[in-house]
Write a protein that binds this ligand. Structure first.
Ligand code: SAJ
Length: 428
């Protein structure tokens, strides 16, 4: 049996590795020639724990081979990006999915299974199938021929967390949305080769919305935490303390405030629901607004601490989009540093222990890259942007004479909490 995976990115490449590990011959496909050449040398172009060794082994044993165009196979998985059009136009950009379908169409044959894994607006799997049917009038597809189709089509979204991809791919439950019963069953048979979690069958449209819903849920909950942070700031209270104590309630579980929501999914996916149902998405829209305004409110907090008569140094700690990873793309921390660099009469020092230098978007803005302790030492104001474990270990004495903007509550609450008295419950 052969499986081809179209798109060897953050999801596609680990998926290639896991299928190959379970004994299937895998054909990895990517339009980027460098990626293909790299994979065929047993190397990888993304950072993900334990992926490099596994890819190397699978290529060496001949289980994984990479190509620049789709190849004949029994099952084809499409795992390409679905961004939105631009920063100002949040309509989904489906060109990668449709281009993948176009390139796949010529190699499709009777009995093949096609699974779309890319996060997609509701209806994409069906639209993609319509395109395949147009390009291959000699084959029957499930949107027209139901259970009598020649090619089976399904949607099954990944839900893995960057940094834990190889374990979550195996352990997480999965939704499988078939365009027909037979499609769903074939997709279930495919994923049982490596998924240890449960597989739930539904329609392609429901599965599409399930994926979007998961990330919109998280965005709304982070939005609630960020709104609470603004309320607490107005009332002179510590948001992290309020949240921690509210979370002692057995049915309350508030997430953590921060400088905004980054990454490639949570700040994007809610728009796919909002676009589809603009009149019914008040909470999702509000959360998006709150979360995308956060970098500006961090800058306002810094401005309040600035002395207008002095040239001051601001140390920004952390540039990645979340704790303990090196990924600085779509990072609210990077947005904050960029906005701070526009202020007058300030020197900006940025530190990111997981990186060797500034990301491209901060180069040429006068921002200096340095290590955290040097940045703190030279700073009048220290802005903590990412709750890396590394920053937890910083000696509080180093921060003693500094003005602090702690966007993650790492120093101002978590440290204080350790020394606070807690009255133990009777059963403890
Ligand atoms: N964040 C907060 N406060 C929190 C939690 C997160 O401000 O309490 C921020 C983070 O700092 C980061 C952003 O939100 O900037 C997103 O981080 P994340 O850890 O919530 O999520 P991602 O983007 O790494 O991965 C998410 C996951 N989705 C959910 O948890 C519902 C993952 O399971 C998905 O597979 C992934 O999106 C995806 O690919 O869709």
């Amino acid at each position: 049996r052969t499986v081809s995976v179209i798109g060897m990115g953050y999801i596609g490449l680990p998926t290639c590795a896991i299928f190959a590990k379970s004994g299937i011959d895998v054909l990895g496909v990517d339009v980027n020639e460098d990626v293909v050449a790299k994979v065929n040398r047993g190397e990888i172009h993304i950072v993900e724990p334990e992926l490099d060794g596994l890819i190397q082994k699978m290529v060496e044993t001949g289980k994984l081979t990479a190509y620049t165009t789709p190849q004949p196979a029994d099952a084809h998985i499409i795992a390409v990006p679905t961004p939105f059009m631009s920063e100002h136009d949040h309509t989904p950009d489906l060109s990668y999915v449709m281009a993948a379908a176009r390139s796949l169409a010529p190699v499709l044959k009777r009995g093949d299974l096609v699974v779309l894994e890319s996060t997609s607006p509701v209806g994409t799997t069906r639209n993609m199938t319509m395109l395949l049917a147009e390009l291959r009038p000699d084959l029957r597809f499930p949107h027209l021929h139901g259970e009598d189709a020649d090619v089976l089509v399904a949607y099954s979204p990944e839900r893995v967390l960057p940094g834990k991809v190889l374990t979550e791919l195996v352990d997480n439950d999965r939704s499988i949305g078939g365009l027909s019963k037979a499609s769903a069953q074939r997709a279930v048979a495919l994923y049982t080769t490596f998924v240890a979690g449960d597989l739930y069958i539904t329609s392609a449209e429901s599965a599409e919305l399930v994926k979007l819903t998961e990330n919109a849920f998280r965005d709304v909950n982070i939005g609630f935490a960020n709104e609470l942070a603004a309320v607490c700031q107005q009332l002179g209270l510590n948001a992290w303390e309020v949240i921690e104590l509210a979370n002692k309630h057995p049915r309350v579980n508030i997430l953590s405030p921060g400088p905004g929501v980054g990454g490639h999914c949570i700040a994007v996916d809610p728009y796919f629901i909002i676009e589809a149902a603009p009149d019914s998405t008040h909470i999702m829209k509000a959360a998006r607004q709150i979360n995308s305004d956060r970098p500006y409110s961090v800058v306002r907090d810094v401005e309040m601490l600035l002395d207008p008569n002095k040239h001051q140094t601001i140390a920004c700690l952390g540039l990645s989009f979340k704790a303990n990873i090196d990924d600085m793309r779509e990072s609210p921390a990077v947005d904050v540093v960029r906005l701070l660099s526009e202020l007058r009469d300030v020197r900006i020092l940025a530190a990111e222990p997981h990186a060797k230098g500034l990301p491209k978007s901060l180069q040429g803005l006068g921002v200096e890259f340095t290590d955290p302790l040097t940045a703190i030492d030279k700073a009048d104001i220290v802005v903590l942007l990412v709750d890396h474990r590394h920053f937890n270990l910083i000696d509080p004495d180093a921060l003693k004479d500094k003005k602090l903007v702690d966007t993650r509550g790492l120093w101002t609450w978590r440290k204080a909490r350790r020394t606070d008295a807690r009255i133990e419950g009777r059963n403890s």
